[in-house]
Ligand binder design. Sequence first.
Ligand code: ADP
Length: 412
Amino acid sequence: MWGKRGTAGEQGSLAGSLRDEKLKSNIILNAIEDGVVLIDTEGVIRLFNPGATAITGWVADEAEGLDWRLVFKFVDTKGQPITDNDTILSQAKTAARPVRDNAANLQTKSGKTVATSFSVSPLTGADKQVTGMVGIFRDVSIERQDESRRADFISTASHEMRTPVAAIEGYLSLALNEKVAIIDNKARDYLEKAHASTEHLGQLFQDLLTSAKAEDGRLTNHPRVVEIGAFAEQLVSDLKFSAEKKGLFLESNFGTVQPSAEPTKVVRPLYYATVDPDRLREVITNLFDNAVKYTDTGKITIGLTGNEQVVQFFVRDTGNGIPPEDIQHLFQKFYRVDNSATRTIGGTGLGLFICKKIVELYQGRIWVESEFGKGSTFFINFPRLTTQNAEVQLAREAQSGELGSMATGTHL
Ligand code: ADP
């Protein structure tokens, strides 16, 4: 039997090496600053390292054996509790894949809020069932403060710089106006170039300001129930001119042909969603402007479709397309595809970043599908409101509007 199980010496060395392994893991877990927590399949904390204690204020003896929900209280930026199902730990368990949240806020045992970066990896057994979770988290308060100072600086600087830039642009326009100033052709050429660059600078400051506001949640936002179809029809008629100016055809695709008694009748379903129409206009206009900018010939299609759960907008073009390796970076701040088109076409690389931030305000999703050299389609999905729900909310909005105007003595 010894032969099968190994000699006493071998057994001793195995036990020794296992002991060594455990010792090594303990040394690592005790030494690292990051919090490490091991949670079993029942949601009970089985391991809580000193790093986790330093961040949460719970000591291992207290935390181990408790349900994680008693120890990990996640809150939003205003300190309001986040429901357990929406926390990163629940998400990782449900999704059965690693999940990261760099913007998580934890409430410590004494009730203080700590900015953390949290990543959770589910542990899976042979049958792919989740058997537990390992969470690793860091206190990122200093990084968040730095970020917020940087955003404050960008937003103040861009706000202050917009005024002189607007003045320069105004004077350049005056100098270029034949009724106001007489200049020779050479001077006109120089001033036109200066005017175009100043316009670009003004747009850059505006985009910087909007993106800084979007990042720290200060973007003005007044969501209400909107029938997206009517909204889109109006928007398309406003945008038509700018596509035609470049010789591009603008097509809209909002309806479905009903196989009914009148087969030629196009019936447009009512697509209700809760959004701020001004913000949504910014997003669609931005996607449309890009489609015009990056398309030399062909057409642009603005479409609306959906199912019971979602309303889907899309903006399709027959332009340059986007190389596959760039697609994953496209919605990052300042990202521009590096090619001859973007080198000659002006842009800030902030437009799509801002679009994404706005779409996320309404629990929406934005993404792109593109074939390099053939064209791109940008999609936006918003949660759809049922017509019944929308009508109830619209009536409520109208009522509160009436009450508001009665209180202020104004008439609708
Ligand atoms: P920009 O100000 O550069 O247009 P955006 O954030 O709006 O910034 O877009 C980022 C980059 O994505 C662009 O520089 C361009 O390379 C690419 N892009 C955006 N829309 C399109 C499009 N419709 N077709 C091809 N490329 C596009």
